[in-house]
Write a protein of this length. Structure first.
Length: 181
């Protein structure tokens, strides 16, 4: 789950994961997210971003942030949205939500799946639309991604991270996602 039933992420916020998350965001050109998945990092307002929405026909400026564009994938391609940002060929950090993560399943070079042991969020907001019928791992492997080595971020809190890679040995962080913030 990405959040509890009320879309709160409080139970999933861990310092080690936040450091990894911010470092990942610093390593990409454009952040892609839905309307509920903004990020509140020190450099958030300076980052270029695409905010997925059905409230515009294709692409529109985001009034409160000159570095952002509202993007409706039904009305414009990703390439058109990146061109509207003047960022063609940009590397992406995809931070969610579930339908945003699902939209990019065929494009990820790497998807970072974080697990927080011992935390259960019944009725929570899932990482992919097909969860909990399928596990996130099943969704990722069904999309042609392969698990890399597990990394422990915080042993005391049972926090682990697995990179799901498009091909063996690929390490460039072009997309970041996960079951914690």
């Amino acid at each position: 789950m990405l959040a509890d039933a009320a879309r709160r992420m409080d139970a999933l916020i861990f310092e080690a994961d936040q450091r990894f998350y911010e470092h990942g965001l610093d390593g990409v050109d454009v952040i892609v997210h839905g309307r509920h998945s903004g990020e509140q990092q020190p450099r958030s307002s300076a980052r270029h971003r695409l905010i997925l929405t059905r409230n515009v026909p294709a692409i529109a400026p985001q009034r409160s942030n000159p570095n952002a564009r509202l993007w409706n994938p039904a009305g414009a391609t990703l390439e058109e949205a990146l061109a509207a940002l003047r960022m063609p060929g940009a590397s992406l950090g995809v931070i969610g939500g579930a339908s945003v993560f699902a939209l990019f399943l065929g494009r990820y070079d790497v998807f970072w799946l974080t697990r927080a042991g011992g935390i259960f969020l019944p009725g929570g907001y899932p990482v992919f639309p097909s969860v909990p019928r399928r596990t996130p791992e099943d969704v990722l492997s069904g999309s042609g991604l392969f698990p890399g080595a597990t990394r422990v971020l915080d042993a005391a809190n049972g926090l682990s991270l697995v990179p799901w890679l498009r091909s063996a040995g690929h390490t460039r962080n072009l997309a970041r996602g996960g079951s914690s913030p």
